[in-house]
Design a binder for this molecule. Structure first.
Ligand code: 9MR
Ligand code: ZN
Length: 548
């Protein structure tokens, strides 16, 4: 696809040693990766005081990166401050050791949702130089009946494109809302500097409300959820307010409807204590969507109709979505019929711990495990075991990777950063329910990878760290003409099977998957952003900072 993008040359990493560019907690395990032969390393404080010298540990050949890896373990350093690792004439980026190393990162990851708000202008007061005029405020027409026009304005742009998709939205909201439910201390104090800040509601809930208001507009009169609202084709790389093409609302799908029931029920429970009226509206939307599912038991998937080229978000079945919906409805209402529906849904085969938009059963399991009503002890035990087994499996994979990443070779696909962050969440969820601190370091290991402990040394979050991606496939970030990228966006990341022109031109055949990345705006399969790639970032941050 030609988007008329002139890609800038991606910068080369100025660092030969890879550390977390945000930093490390004082008491945590601290490791940097050295991808060349060396036996000794130093830790340098500030402007060059060597505070520690240690022997490296030879890890061996690391398959995902193709590197011979040496590990520099400097866990002994616990004093707060700014440091670098040096060895063999190379150095790492500067990083901090402190209890609040992830504060800025957490806020920035949440603030990214504000930058994606649609249907309103971003003002200079909150968006600074990234302010822009209101976008996509016009009514949209039904794709299948152009005489019907509806107001479905609001919500977040999905990603680098300006589409708004219900299943993607529900997934992102679920990560944020579970982050809030499970880690209330961290979530309650996270402030992102948005127009609603200071109104008595935590900013995470303010931000989610912006999306939920839109989501409820996507409900059909019969209770089904329209799958998406987009233009017929992706816009060129223009600012959102310059994308004035006709907006279309696409038909109802089962996945979108089940996800709408689920996430509205989840949100109704969360907002109940802050805003009874809003919670009631959410509950009504959830009930109507669930009723639609009962009345329309046959699966209705989604394929782009001819003439439409925006994101599809098709799924092969809606098993995990229906499980999630039943579990949230039960958690909200305590009605036995939903409990029975959970058991019915579990007769189908799907992963119980996956937290993505396509396999969303993990959210169903969280709903059940956190449910305030009577639960079945054997099902509870089974779900907890599913998370702890998954964490144990991911631990083994991390141990086999020189960079400590819980990713096997095939896991480096489109949006691998999301996979890494979801793995961090699985480690933390397993610990949450087992009551142990078994996987703490493994969870942090995944964050370290996103923040620079990876074969290219990138921080995969825009504006965070001295060497971070800066040219993501994000329309406003390109069209605004500002060199510095809008901060806080998680880039898709390394992808062993990139499928767009720029990526194919830039990544030589046979490149190890962890190195299949380029920071160029033209590549959507390497460098796009998406709401459900930022949301596991926020949830992971809440999880790892809750007790710091
Ligand atoms: O995140 C999606 C990824 O898992 C798929 O492989 C890819 C191709 O279908 O689509 C991605 O989703 C995109 C969506 O279709 C449209 N908005 C941008 C999304 C992120 O790239
Ligand atoms: Zn918009």
């Amino acid at each position: 696809m030609d988007y008329n993008i002139k890609d800038r040359d991606a910068a080369k990493c100025p660092f030969g040693i890879f550390a977390d560019q945000a930093g490390y907690f004082p008491e945590a395990r601290k490791r940097a990766v050295i991808p060349f032969k060396c036996s000794e390393f130093s830790v340098v404080k500030g402007e060059g005081n060597v505070v520690f010298t240690g022997k490296t540990e030879y890890f061996g050949f690391d398959e995902p990166s193709g590197d011979e890896v040496y590990i520099a373990d400097f866990s002994e350093i616990k004093d707060e401050g700014c440091y670098r690792i040096t060895a063999g004439g190379q150095r790492s980026a500067e990083f901090r050791i402190a209890r609040d190393v992830y504060k800025g990162l957490s806020e920035s990851l949440l603030k990214a949702f504000y930058y994606l708000r649609c249907g309103c202008g971003l003002t200079e007061e909150f968006a600074g130089k990234f302010a822009h005029a209101p976008c996509h405020t016009q009514k949209a027409v039904l794709w299948e009946n152009r005489d019907v026009s509806l107001d479905v304005s609001g919500g977040w742009h999905d990603a680098g494109d300006y589409g708004r998709y219900v299943t993607a939205a529900a997934c992102a909201l679920s990560h944020l809302l579970y982050g809030f439910k499970m880690y209330p201390k961290a979530a309650g104090t996270l402030s992102s500097g948005i127009p609603e800040s200071g109104n008595g509601l935590p900013d995470l809930l303010n931000e989610c409300r912006y999306e939920l208001e839109w989501l409820m507009k996507m409900q059909s009169p019969e209770g089904g959820a329209y799958h998406k609202v987009t233009t017929a084709k992706h816009a060129p790389f223009v600012m959102p307010e310059e994308d004035r093409e006709q907006l279309y609302i696409f038909p109802v799908s089962s996945m979108a409807t089940a996800d709408m029931a689920a996430v509205c029920a989840l949100a109704a429970g969360v907002y109940r204590e802050y805003d009874g009226e809003f919670a009631e509206r959410l509950k009504c939307a959830a009930l109507a969507a669930y009723k639609w599912l009962e009345e329309n038991p046959k699966f209705i998937g989604f394929d782009n109709p001819e003439g439409c080229g925006t994101g599809g978000y098709g799924e092969r079945d809606d098993y995990s979505n229906c499980y999630w919906a039943a579990a949230e409805m039960y958690a909200l209402t305590g009605e036995e019929k939903y409990h029975e529906d959970i058991h019915k849904a579990l007769q189908k085969q799907f992963p119980l711990t996956f937290l993505g938009y396509e396999q969303i059963g993990g959210q169903g399991s969280l709903a059940y495990l956190l449910c305030p009503h009577k639960t079945d002890p054997s099902l509870r035990a089974k779900l907890i075991e599913a998370f702890t087994d998954r964490a144990a499996y991911l631990k083994k994979i991390s141990d086999k990777c020189g960079y400590g990443v819980a990713m096997g070779l095939p896991d480096y696909h489109w949006g691998s950063s999301m996979e890494i962050l979801k793995r961090c969440m699985v480690f933390k969820i397993a610990d949450f329910f087992s009551g142990k601190d078994e996987y703490k370091e493994y969870a942090l290991g995944q964050i370290h990878c996103i923040m620079g402990v990876n074969a290219l040394g990138y921080s995969y979050v825009t504006g965070q760290g001295d060497f971070c991606c800066n040219d993501p496939h994000l329309r406003p970030a390109y069209a605004d003409g500002i060199e510095e990228c809008i901060p806080g966006f998680v880039a898709g990341g390394a992808n062993g099977n990139p499928c767009d022109g720029p990526a194919k031109a830039l990544i030589p055949e046979g490149t190890p998957p962890m190195k299949c990345y380029a920071d160029v705006a033209g590549s959507y399969s390497l460098n796009e952003v998406a709401i459900y790639w930022n949301s596991p970032g926020v949830m992971a941050m809440l999880a790892v900072t809750e007790n710091e």
